[in-house]
Write a new protein. Structure first.
Length: 304
């Protein structure tokens, strides 16, 4: 199985994060600075620009400078928040569960949503070209299959659970390749580099089509996962409680396109975050128990 190592790169990125100076968490909330960290998304051209309205909102609500840190990957965010260098972290759902499991003292307070009124969640697709003859996960046996990344919720963990339920061992029954991104996985399947693969729903249904990298109908979904909890923002537990309450309220009630536009933090379409969505909705730690259940089903080494 071709696997891309993330841990060493992540640890190297922590060294870069260390150069940012002490965070508010390290100073018991007394610092004038809060560090907000996220990783680049495949559909994001400028990550800080994607979050700037939210960063400006949080600065106003807390009275503190919000320093944005683009991390290399989720391993860097996990280690950076553990080390007290990150106060506000944007995780993927699986990486958040891993962070908690690995002892990171942080709690999810808001989840990313694409549309107004939507629940903070999405689904994983198993995709193939219509001419491959693949009609279900059971047909993946012996095929070259593109996954996204070993720490990807919708690009690996949920697909692994689905394959196991279909009687396919993803370690031995398929030729697995990690493409490195949801867009890369979908495009590899479309080009024939993989017989089938996995990517999250809007990447296949909307984003790559809008960008002209896929044509409608070029890929077909032969399986859809259960709803996966949306990407959370987790706050360090040792932040000053008053500051934490202000950030939580701002993310849940004001970090959305309507409120940000009304309060002058952005104009026009005002798409927020790396998915270019509506904003954020309230979540708590228990919202991510479904991820923990899938980990129990798969017993994947990444869950340990």
């Amino acid at each position: 199985m071709k696997r891309i190592s993330r841990v060493l790169v992540g640890l190297a990125a922590v060294g870069l994060l260390a150069g940012c100076g002490p965070s508010a968490a390290q100073q018991g909330g007394d610092s004038d600075q809060l560090v907000f960290a996220a990783i680049p998304s495949e559909e994001s051209a400028s990550l800080q620009q994607d979050y700037q309205p939210v960063l400006d909102l949080l600065a106003k609500e807390t009275g503190k400078k919000i320093t944005f840190q683009k991390a290399t990957d989720y391993a860097a965010i996990i280690e950076g928040q553990r080390a007290g260098k990150i106060d506000i972290a944007k995780y993927g759902p699986f990486s958040y569960v891993l962070a908690k499991q690995q002892g990171v003292a942080a709690t999810a307070v808001a989840g990313q949503v694409e549309e107004k009124g939507a629940e903070p969640g999405y689904t994983s697709y198993a995709i193939t070209r219509p001419d491959t003859g693949i009609r279900s996960l059971a047909d993946f046996r012996g095929k070259k299959v593109c996954f996204v990344d070993p720490t990807s919720t919708s690009g690996y963990l949920y697909p692994k659970a689905g394959l196991l339920e279909a009687g396919i061992n993803p370690d031995t029954d398929v030729q697995a390749v990690f493409a490195g991104g949801h867009d890369a996985s979908a495009i590899a399947v479309a080009k024939g580099d993989c017989d089938a693969g996995f990517a999250y729903d809007s990447m296949v249904d909307r984003q790559l089509i809008e960008k002209g990298q896929l044509q409608a109908g070029q890929l077909s979904a032969v399986w859809k996962s259960a709803v996966i909890p949306g990407d959370p923002i987790a706050l360090s537990d040792d932040l000053d409680p008053a500051v934490k309450d202000k950030i939580t309220a701002a993310l849940r009630d004001k970090a959305n396109s309507d409120a940000l536009r009304e309060n002058g933090f952005c104009t026009g379409d005002c798409k927020i975050g790396d998915i270019g969505g509506y904003g954020f909705a309230p979540v708590d730690d228990a919202f991510y128990d479904g991820i923990r259940e899938v980990c129990a089903t798969t017993k994947d080494e990444q869950c340990q």
